[in-house]
Design a protein around this ligand. Structure first.
Ligand code: DX5
Ligand code: ZN
Length: 216
């Protein structure tokens, strides 16, 4: 599995999102951008919506990895894919039809991911593993950038990586929250291949070296 760093635009200046995108685009090796959508309900923060993604889309060749932290992601799938999302990740925790939503994401031509928070049992992912392109393990409680990495999630990464080997799954294992050069290496050793990095990317004076350190 090719390793990827997905810088999270959450850590950039939100009045200058296009500039943040250009910074990522100009970083050798960077292919993905991670876009965090928060509804102030599933998580205690708000970010931006499909219109912002739509307006950013023509400026960029990056792969748009959209992380929906919403109580009802099922109501917004079409809007985000129309806007240019290429992967849409949804959480197991809220109450809606998860499988139908994953199916809908693929029908509309996007890849799909399933995500759990640090406090959610890893087994909650099991019903979705045949239906996704990506499994996202939150390594902080979602809502804000710049939090400390939760080392207690590392065994979950190992579990998911073992499932992938045992069953021959092809999905990516993505980690999100507090991922920097050091914690990223821990995730890599545990079996992750896709590293979301907000603060550690945007505040890094040597972005190419940071990306290379995780992508190999
Ligand atoms: C957290 C978001 C993350 C966030 C990560 O709720 O899902 O994608 O941007 O930011 P850092 O890397 O600063 O922890
Ligand atoms: Zn995220």
């Amino acid at each position: 599995m090719k390793r990827l760093v997905a810088p999270s635009i959450l850590a950039g200046n939100h009045a200058r999102l296009a500039e943040s995108l250009a910074v990522v685009e100009a970083t050798p090796g960077a292919e993905w951008i991670h876009l965090d959508i928060m509804d102030g309900h599933f998580v205690p923060n708000l970010t931006f919506g499909p219109q912002t993604i739509k307006d950013l889309r023509p400026d960029s060749k990056l792969f748009f990895d959209v992380h929906l932290m919403l109580s009802r992601p099922d109501q917004y799938i079409e809007a985000f894919i129309d806007a240019g999302a290429q992967n849409v990740t949804i959480h197991t925790e809220p109450d809606y039809d998860h499988l139908a939503t994953l199916k809908r994401i693929r029908e509309l031509g996007s890849q799909c991911g399933i995500c759990i928070n640090p406090g959610t049992p890893v087994e909650d992912l099991l019903p979705y593993l045949d239906h996704v392109d990506l499994v996202l393990l939150m390594t902080v409680q979602p809502g804000f950038g710049g939090q400390s990495f939760r080392t207690d999630v590392l065994p979950k990464i190992e579990t998911v990586a073992k499932w992938r080997v045992d069953k021959g799954y092809q999905w990516r294992i993505e980690v999100d929250g507090g991922v920097d050069a050091n914690t990223g290496q821990d995730c890599l050793k545990a079996g992750a291949d896709t590293f979301v990095a907000g603060t550690a990317f945007f505040k890094n004076p040597d972005k190419p070296a940071f990306v290379a350190s995780l992508q190999g």
